[in-house]
Design a protein around this ligand. Structure first.
Ligand SMILES: Cc1cc2nc3c(=O)[nH]c(=O)nc-3n(C[C@H](O)[C@H](O)[C@H](O)COP(=O)(O)OP(=O)(O)OC[C@H]3O[C@@H](n4cnc5c(N)ncnc54)[C@H](O)[C@@H]3O)c2cc1C
Ligand code: SF4
Length: 696
């Protein structure tokens, strides 16, 4: 074991989008010793008064994935692409190294659960009764390497489900109800959404957005707001579906829902929108009420799309390669390595990129525990990690790092953050008695309220060719069911139209080839059959909001350890009537839309599906959306939440816990834009803490 005494100002665990955003924004600021303030680096008048922040990031993934100079990053990324080509099942994790030292959840490991026996085939130990159906990846840059990149904002009512629709949840192991409103509302988050859309590089058309909300679109987005880049064109398939559905509605539960089909905002490069204007910076200003970040124009620089990490002039436009999940070959799709590179490299006086001396990333380092100093305000005093020595071997070096003078930021995702916290126990003396505590868990909410969008798929054959399998995964969504009074009874949902044929539910086109070969077709007849079917395949997809539920949780158990002896996430996961009823309603909506479009329905849910249930005598099956959310919720008070609205732990003055785990509810948006917005906002609080530290 090595005890490491170096003092860092900030230690960040994880290089995904959450960790990288923090690193990037912090490295853009320095402490001005004369002014006694944190200031934007480029605005320093007297370099001799600068106190740089020292930052260390820990990353569980391989060293190679974090070498971001042009030639190394190209080499590693090409390895990912080669692996993707070779893998038979092209699932989200297929291009990336599957490490025994830092395993990742994988959809291929998911099994049907037969309680009380857990499914422990993969990294997750799943007690169910239903499988949690999503994965993530532990490599440099994290899960945005294989995300799809869809970036809608949440709707105002998503932040106030209790106030608007009377929804409350039980406190853990109790019948006492607790509200599920967020500690911040949409308006408070709006400026940070703009910053996140800038950093991710969102393409989209504000004027074409239409949601079932009482606010006007001008109020929702702000007057004259535009996304940084023009909309990615809606696919030919989208246009055919829109033409068939426009002006019509769907009847559910005695209520009629007019159908609105809108182009989806997304984190992939298109043409910069001239109305977006200049390139921007995110900079902190010190105000009477603390630091405030704002998005500012750089007057002499036009906004440009940011291409790949190895070459900014590659990937400047989406090329329609259509493999966004699991990998974009040219990095036209945003991934967090782009933000991480901006943290690790800065422009020098000669406008050349140079490695920044005050930040480093230590790879192959799996953080597994925090210690607490009871004598010093219950500060986090140590980080414990296991640093494995190679890709092949599970030998590791144990490191214990002194953090008593550091701000510790956990940004390891909504499975790993709670896992590390639950593995961190400490004892205090209260009223003369020894009391065992878990780090950051005064509320008993750590690990609870695990949520995902439950994805119900429906698929069929369009009456004419619509030429699926072209373009990014999805370019349009049906937004009609994202909000409404029905939310007091069942979940809201969003319905992306998928451009990838039946590949998700039926493993097309491979399965179509097998089926036709099995029927004895070959040569021209086989080609004809394939051309007929593949060009007509449509897939609708219903992402159903899941409510926070304290029984849906990540825990740990000494019985289930990984190859480094670190606890694996143990999952309990159930569905409630609220979500099951929504699936019933979504299927009714799908049936009506299919009928109107003359789509021949091929949807089939069978008992053999691993994630299937019966509701009102009808079978439904669901998939995961990859949206792992809720396990360290933010809130207004320490009794029922883990962090405040700035992601700062209520219990420890030098601990931030950041990521989709902070989300109090899920809404119907993919979570990453929202998590990026509140991650950016949390930097205001971190800067204040740093100012206090440097002044004292
Ligand atoms: C298939 C798929 C598609 C998706 N599509 C979308 C989409 O279209 N839109 C959207 O908004 N979201 C999407 N998501 C979700 C999105 O990818 C996540 O919300 C986002 O990546 C979470 O970012 P993060 O930084 O919190 O976590 P991650 O990206 O998971 O990063 C966590 C980092 O921490 C590291 N780490 C983990 N454990 C440790 C440890 N113990 N010690 C040290 N380091 C550790 C990991 O290696 C990783 O680098 C998708 C997800 C999947 C799986
Ligand atoms: S469609 Fe192709 S080029 Fe465009 S983001 Fe997806 S993978 Fe990248």
């Amino acid at each position: 074991m090595s005890n490491i005494e170096f003092k860092k100002d900030v230690i960040i665990v994880g290089t995904g989008i959450a960790g990288s955003l923090i690193a990037k924004l912090l490295t853009d600021h320095v402490f001005d010793t004369e002014k006694g303030k944190m200031v934007y680096r480029a605005e320093v008048d007297h370099p001799e008064n600068v106190r740089e922040l020292s930052i260390l990031m820990y990353e569980a993934g391989l060293e190679a994935g974090l070498e971001l100079d042009s030639s190394s990053s190209l080499t590693t990324y090409n390895e990912y692409i080669r692996k993707f080509y070779m893998e038979e099942a092209k699932v989200p994790n297929s291009p990336y190294p599957n490490l025994k030292q830092a395993p990742s959840p994988d959809v291929l490991d998911m099994e049907k659960i037969i309680p009380p026996f857990p499914d422990k085939k993969g990294y997750l130990v799943q007690f169910g009764p239903m499988p949690f159906a999503s994965d993530a990846i532990r490599i440099g840059g994290g899960t945005t390497l294989h995300w799809l990149g869809t970036t809608p904002r949440m709707l105002p009512n998503d932040f106030r489900l209790t106030e608007k629709y009377g929804i409350e949840i039980n406190k853990p192991d109790s019948k006492v109800k607790t509200p599920i409103n967020w500690p911040i509302d949409y308006d408070a988050l709006k400026p940070y959404y703009e910053m996140a859309e800038f950093e991710i590089g969102v393409s989209g058309n504000v004027a074409a957005q239409e949601y079932p909300i009482s606010e006007s679109m001008e109020e929702y987005y702000g007057k004259d707001y535009v996304f940084p880049m023009d909309e990615i064109p809606q696919s030919y398939m989208d246009q055919k579906i829109i033409n068939g559905l426009v002006g019509t509605s769907v009847q559910l539960n005695f209520e009629e829902f007019p159908l609105t089909m809108v182009p989806s905002p997304q984190g992939r490069n298109s043409t910069p929108n001239p109305a977006y204007g200049k390139a921007k910076i995110i900079k902190a200003n010190s105000t009477d009420s603390g630091y405030k970040l704002s998005l500012n124009n750089i007057e002499n620089e036009e906004y440009k799309a940011l291409g790949s990490v190895w070459n900014p002039y590659m990937g400047e436009r989406c090329e329609g390669n259509a493999s966004c999940v699991p990998i974009c070959p040219v990095q036209a799709k945003y991934n967090a390595l782009k933000t991480l590179k901006k943290a690790l490299y800065k422009f020098n006086k000669n406008e050349n990129l140079q490695k920044h001396k005050f930040i480093s990333v230590q790879a192959q380092s799996v953080v597994y525990k925090l210690s607490v100093d009871q004598t010093d305000q219950e500060k986090i005093s140590k980080i414990h990690l296991r640093r494995y020595i190679s890709k092949e071997k599970t030998d590791f070096v144990e490191e214990v790092v002194d953090t008593s003078d550091s701000i510790v930021i956990l940004a390891a995702n909504a499975f790993e953050n709670p896992k590390i916290l639950l593995n961190s126990k400490y004892t205090v003396i209260e009223n003369g008695q020894k009391v065992e505590k878990t780090v950051a868990n005064r509320s008993d909410q750590v690990g609870r309220n695990l949520m995902d969008h439950m994805v119900m798929l429906t698929w069929g054959l369009f009456p004419e060719p619509i030429y699926s399998y072209r373009g990014p995964g999805s370019t349009t969504n049906i937004s009609s069911f994202r909000d409404g009074n029905f939310r007091s009874e069942f979940s809201a949902w969003i319905s992306p139209l998928d451009n990838w044929g039946w590949s998700w539910p039926a493993f097309s086109p491979g399965s179509d080839i097998s089926e036709f070969l099995g029927q004895g077709l070959f040569g021209a007849k086989l080609k004809e059959a394939l051309a007929y079917r593949l060009s007509r395949q449509v897939l609708f997809h219903f992402e159903i909001e899941q409510l926070p539920n304290p029984n849906n949780r990540v825990t740990i158990n000494d019985q289930y350890l990984d190859a480094l002896g670190i606890p694996r996430p143990v999952i309990n996961y159930e569905l409630t009537e609220y979500e099951m009823k929504a699936m019933e309603q979504a299927k009714l909506a799908s049936d009506q839309m299919f009928k109107r479009l003359n789509i021949e329905d091929f949807t089939k849910y069978t008992e053999a599906d691993k994630n299937t249930f019966i509701y009102n005598n009808v079978r439904y099956s669901y998939n995961g959306a990859g949206h792992i959310v809720g396990t360290h919720r933010m809130g207004d008070n320490a009794d029922d939440s883990v962090t405040n609205s700035y992601c700062k732990s209520w219990d420890h003055p030098n601990l931030y816990i950041i990521g989709a785990g902070n989300m109090t509810t899920l809404g119907t948006s993919n979570p990453t834009l929202t998590l990026s917005a509140f991650t950016i906002r949390s930097v205001e609080s971190i800067l204040s803490d740093l100012e206090n530290k440097f002044k004292n």
